[in-house]
Design a protein around this ligand. Structure first.
Ligand code: F6R
Length: 244
């Protein structure tokens, strides 16, 4: 628990940078699972600063993003492809071929194949070393909405009403928010070797309490992280306010 999200984000970026550098020193890749949304933006800004000012290289980084709205054109204002390029990829030296983001343009009947292929790509890279997460007010991680079980894999999902309400301002109205998304599954996320979940602000306090202190349940999919051996939950004081 940090006094504010600024201090927390800088610390998370530092730890991630140390991991990337250690792997580079060993001649190994660093396989990162990445999130979008408001929670990780300051982490990405700090990583860009570390690249520009302190020589942090992303040449050994392979990335897999958690999710993308469906359908979604990559050049749309709200696409997660665009988000990742704007906040991180356009400003660092990651190899374009090492970037993986679920494809919001494929036909619905090809999403199942796409999901299997995405999971194969993660396995072929050696599995995710370091997974960054936010948490939605519904208890989602990725876009694994209530009802998502611990064995769920990369797939098409219907977004919860609350999630669409929370995204409304990005889309200039809830009616414009896509009804579906492609997301890594809870099972996919649980296979990452190290998980870091970020939550800021009083709006997250209730779901953070359920995440940390509630029983693991499909109705709050993030609670399955309690079964994971290496999770850091990084909070500001407001998000931690309801913890006992
Ligand atoms: C985004 C993602 C989502 C967000 C969550 C919180 O890639 O997977 O789970 O992390 O909706 O969003 P923010 O950070 O905007 O509160």
């Amino acid at each position: 628990i940090f006094p504010d999200s600024e201090a927390a984000s800088v610390q998370v970026a530092r730890e991630l940078a140390t991991f990337i550098r250690e792997r580079a020193a060993q001649g190994r890749s660093a396989v990162l699972g990445l999130a979008t949304g408001s929670s990780p933006t300051r982490v990405y800004e700090e990583l860009v600063r570390l690249h520009r000012q302190e020589g942090l290289s992303f040449r050994n980084v392979i990335s897999f993003n958690l999710d993308e709205y469906y359908p979604m054109a990559p050049d749309s204002l709200q696409s997660y492809v665009r988000f990742m390029h704007e906040y991180l990829f356009d400003h660092v030296d990651i190899a374009p071929g090492n970037i993986h983001i679920p494809d919001g343009t494929i036909a619905a009947d090809q999403v199942a194949d796409f999901g299997r292929h995405y999971e194969e790509q993660i396995r072929a890279a050696g599995g995710i070393d370091w997974q960054l997460l936010g948490i939605g007010r519904t208890g989602h991680i990725g876009f694994n909405e209530p009802g998502s079980g611990p064995a769920s894999r990369t797939r098409l999902i219907t977004l919860d009403h609350i999630t669409r309400t929370d995204a409304a301002s990005d889309f200039y109205g809830e009616e414009n928010v896509p009804r579906r998304a492609i997301t890594m599954g809870v099972g996919t996320i649980l296979e990452a070797r190290h998980v870091v979940l970020l939550a800021w602000g009083e709006g997250k306090a209730a779901v953070v309490k359920r995440l940390v202190e509630g029983e693991p349940t499909d109705s709050v999919p993030a609670t399955y992280l309690q079964h994971h051996p290496a999770v850091q939950v990084v909070l500001d004081e407001a998000a931690a306010a309801e913890l006992s």
